[in-house]
Write a protein that binds this ligand. Structure first.
Ligand SMILES: Nc1nc2c(c(=O)[nH]1)N[C@H]1C(S)=C(S)[C@@H](COP(=O)(O)OP(=O)(O)OC[C@H]3O[C@@H](n4cnc5c(=O)[nH]c(N)nc54)[C@H](O)[C@@H]3O)O[C@H]1N2
Ligand SMILES: Nc1nc2c(c(=O)[nH]1)N[C@H]1C(S)=C(S)[C@@H](COP(=O)(O)OP(=O)(O)OC[C@H]3O[C@@H](n4cnc5c(=O)[nH]c(N)nc54)[C@H](O)[C@@H]3O)O[C@H]1N2
Ligand SMILES: [Mo]
Length: 798
């Protein structure tokens, strides 16, 4: 049975600002809907505060001096979703064979509420049935011992704490495996691969105070209103100070246009809105390399002109006198003259700190504006205007998100951000840095403590010394490699620390078939999802405490820690009553499996579980500089910073310089262009957190009661012979030998550049071939896939 939501879909444009009354109403609706007791709802006042718990939604920074209510609509939803009064208990499972649950939508599965007891799949009844923890650990250990460690995947979703993540990677390594794929592989891996080559940092360099010290923010490919709403406060404060916000996005996202602070009663009463962006450049998906090359070209050529005293020639001002775009070039030239600028680029910084400038500048000069316009979808004057705003700012902060990283050219996108920053020394000084806006609340931190498939990123010798075992030195699997290995039948067991792997990865259909052939699936989880309903021959569902819940162990109630988007570590103490007395904490579950599996290594698993302070001590012993005085600093207001050398302009690269890296091309090769092909970007609604679908509305984009929509430009709808509201199938236009199709999507006439289209994830994941990813980072190209539309035989499922 496929469940249908009760409301009828309503499609239209959002006219209101982000935040505002809609946001306040949305929070109270979900608190009521989830039957959250009033006492638990009060917990929100402790969210993201030093004495409280860190939000389980996004990774945005937690200020040392928080707002009285330091949470947003989505943080409140995520909290209510975790401390819900609903339960998926053994009676529910007994009544629902998995063959039945397979037809349920993601929303309906998770909506059943929190898992309450450890369960094992029973083949005879096709149901999950309760087992004891001891029996579960014993069988998991026995099964893992019988396998070659190379046949096992240890997946982590980015919510697990630093303490759990450290234990999990140690368990995998002592067992003998570096197969540690994680959600970050599908997310900011392009940053993790691109930034080290450019600036010698694996993470962004920004600190929270940069928002107070910058005079311009370039905001690229991130949907702040939906994905990290608390960042809107920092943007709003910046705007109030007169900071210019320059946005590059495929869509005109309301959060980046207007914002009403739902926590500022004055603003709510008057409906005062803050206009966020000064300049909004709506570009084609995949157009960022070309757009940023255009901005860099304008800067470099303006500088060239100033060097030769041909100020009138700034940005080619007098080359094409009849060109209407010339106005931007003339304005740029005049503005430089009026400011009496002698140069546009920071030549001292470039000479002292960087390598590769000449090659990059030559490439920028060499590109024709027509090509940059063609691939970006922007006009020359827009790129020059952006360059003018950039050139007149002394400290530019560049923020970016998934619209840059999830691309075949994801690494090049990220490196273009670095190139732009380096041109004017916009890195490592107050207000000027690169801010990689991360997703999951501890996705950055889990990498810091060893969740990675790359053995070079982990101090293996230290682990060897501390725990008396020989760590594996071979390169493990990323998420894409893990999928390939599962598809080939080489992987036999999958141990999942949270997440919903099967739904988050590409190639859904083939992956679901291959997943069923796994010998063992172990899922540590809070709520039921599709990766549990489809399962291996032996399948365990191990329910854990969430971060918001009180975690009582031998030495008392425990705290855990996380790392935010700006590389600050924070403590978090659970405050809600656990959803069930049978739950174990994540550290206890990892320890239970490790003890039942490992026959070597010396790890005090029980002592660690009894007192997480001992795990933090172990983390500090492994990473003494990063986690200096971990236990004494982690609960202080505002957390404590992780050292990021590029912040101090120390470049930990092979040549000791910050490198301009010149992308070899402007756009990826997606096969021969065809008129019927559109380029799909997959997105989140503001009523979901990744594969967790809270509801069927996308208030900001004016969609109500459905997720089965495709956003298309009206000209494309007409050109392709459809009408708005028609129901279509989406069919991948790559690798024609395999048909990849999702059925029953409503065509929505939307403000999106021609040739582009957008739809929600994870419903569209069956369209993505596994091979369609960045070749270096292996981040799936979730923001750029060629597809065709076909008239549908199906009805939308919602
Ligand atoms: N409410 C909510 N919050 C979340 C999540 C959630 O699902 N829901 N997920 C969390 C996670 S794990 C992550 S990683 C983050 C994700 O947060 P974001 O980084 O904001 O990711 P997306 O929502 O996928 O959308 C990215 C934005 O990029 C734009 N875009 C798409 N393609 C392109 C392109 O080629 N170029 C440019 N310039 N723009 C483009 C889209 O229009 C969209 O505004 O959010 C986190 N926070
Ligand atoms: N097409 C497309 N695909 C994408 C993306 C995209 O933009 N487009 N984005 C990608 C990105 S950025 C990401 S990060 C991935 C997300 O991939 P994942 O991180 O694997 O997926 P989530 O949906 O965040 O996982 C939700 C599940 O986590 C479990 N969970 C929640 N809280 C806890 C907890 O405290 N402990 C434990 N153990 N489990 C918990 C619940 O059971 C819930 O069902 O998806 C990727 N996939
Ligand atoms: Mo993510």
């Amino acid at each position: 049975m496929t469940r249908r939501p009760k409301t009828k879909p309503k499609l239209g444009f959002s006219s209101g600002p982000a935040g505002g009354w809609g946001s306040a109403r949305s929070v109270s609706e979900i608190v009521l809907r989830e039957h959250v007791p009033v006492s638990a709802a009060r917990l929100l006042t402790h969210q993201n505060k030093a004495e409280g718990y860190m939000c389980v939604s996004c990774a945005w920074a937690k200020p040392a001096k928080p707002h009285p209510l330091e949470f947003c609509e989505n943080g409140a939803k995520a909290t209510a979703w975790e401390i819900t009064g609903r339960r998926a208990d053994p009676a529910f499972f007994a009544a629902h064979p998995l063959a039945d649950l397979e037809s349920w939508l993601d929303h309906d599965l998770e909506k059943k509420g929190r898992l309450t007891e450890p369960m094992r799949w029973d083949a005879a009844s096709d149901t999950y049935r309760p087992v004891t923890w001891a029996a579960a650990f014993e069988e998991i250990g026995r099964e893992l011992k019988a396998l070659d460690p190379k046949q096992v995947e240890f997946y982590t979703s980015g919510r697990a704490s630093l303490e759990t993540s450290y234990m999990f990677q140690l368990f995998a390594r002592i067992y003998g495996s570096n197969n540690l794929p994680d959600s970050s592989n599908m997310c900011h891996e392009s940053s993790s691969v691109g930034l080290p080559q450019s600036i010698g940092a694996t993470v962004g360099t920004a600190v929270l105070s940069d928002f107070q010290n910058c005079d311009c923010i370039f905001y690229i490919a991130q949907n702040v209103g939906t994905s990290s709403p608390r960042l809107l406060h920092d943007l709003q404060d910046a705007v109030d100070r007169g900071v210019k916000i320059v946005t590059f996005n495929l869509l005109r996202e309301p959060g980046l246009q207007r914002f009403t602070n739902p926590q500022a009663p004055g603003e709510m009463l008057t409906l005062a809105e803050t206009e966020i962006s000064d300049a909004y450049y709506q570009l084609k998906n995949g157009g960022d390399v070309a757009a940023l090359f255009g901005v860099c070209k304008a800067l470099i050529e303006a500088d060239d002109a100033l060097q030769t005293s041909q100020i009138s020639k700034v940005a080619g001002a007098d080359d094409i006198p009849d060109d209407p775009d010339n106005a931007a070039a003339v304005a740029f030239a005049a503005s430089m003259a009026a400011a009496d600028k002698k140069h546009v680029l920071d030549h001292d910084f470039i000479a002292t700190h960087t390598a590769g400038f000449e090659e990059f500048a030559a490439a920028a000069r060499g590109y024709a504006w027509e090509d940059l316009e063609h691939f970006s979808g922007l006009t020359r004057s827009q790129m020059i205007e952006a360059a003018r705003l950039y050139a007149h700012s002394e400290a530019v902060l560049i923020c970016y998100g998934m619209g840059l990283t999830q691309h075949v050219m994801g690494v090049e996108n990220v490196q273009m951000v670095a190139n732009l920053a380096l041109l004017r020394g916009n890195i490592g000084k107050p207000g000027a840095n690169i801010c990689a806006v991360r997703g999951h609340s501890n996705v950055q931190g889990q990498r810091t403590v060893g969740i990675t498939e790359k053995p070079d990123l982990v101090p293996l010798d230290t682990l060897k010394e501390l725990y008396a075992f020989e760590p594996p030195r071979w390169e493990g699997h990323t998420t894409v490699d893990a999928c390939a290995s599962i598809l080939k039948g080489e992987t036999k067991a999958f141990v999942s620390l949270g997440g919903n792997f099967l739904r988050a990865v590409p190639e859904t259909q083939a992956m679901e078939s291959a997943w069923r052939k796994l010998r063992l699936t172990v899922q540590i989880a809070t709520k039921l999802n599709r990766s549990h309903v489809i399962h291996g021959e032996i399948a365990y569902l191990l329910p854990c405490l969430g971060r918001i819940e009180i975690d009582q162990q031998e030495s008392g109630p425990q705290s855990v820690s996380i790392e935010s988007s700006v590389a600050q570590f924070h403590g978090s103490r659970g405050m809600a009553k656990p959803a069930s007395p049978h739950l174990l904490s994540e550290p206890a579950i990892v320890a239970g499996m490790a003890k039942a599996t490992l026959t070597r290594g010396q790890v005090p698993w029980d002592r660690w579980v009894g007192n997480y302070g001992e795990i933090r001590d172990a983390i500090e012993r492994t990473y003494p500089e990063t986690f200096k005085d971990f236990n004494t600093r982690f609960l202080q207001p505002g957390g404590f910073p992780r050292p990021v050398p590029a912040r101090e302009r120390k470049w930990v690269t092979p040549n000791g310089k910050a490198n301009f890296i010149t992308p070899p091309r402007l756009f990826p090769d997606l096969g021969p262009p065809a008129p019927e092909v559109l380029h799909l970007a997959t997105l989140r609604s503001n009523d979901q957190f990744n594969t967790t679908v809270y509801g069927y509305n996308d208030r900001f984009r004016g969609v109500k009661g459905t997720r089965q929509v495709i956003f298309v430009n009206r000209a494309d709808i007409d050109r392709l012979g459809f009408a708005p509201g028609d129901i279509v199938d989406l069919v991948t236009a790559l690798e024609p030998e395999t048909e990849r199709r999702v059925a029953g999507f409503r065509l929505l006439d939307y403000d999106i550049p021609e040739g582009c289209c957008a739809a929600y994830f994870p419903e569209t994941n069956p369209l993505f071939p596994l091979s369609h990813h960045d070749p270096q980072a292996k981040t799936p190209s979730y923001k750029l896939l060629p597809i065709r539309l076909e008239r549908s035989q199906s009805k939308p499922v919602n």
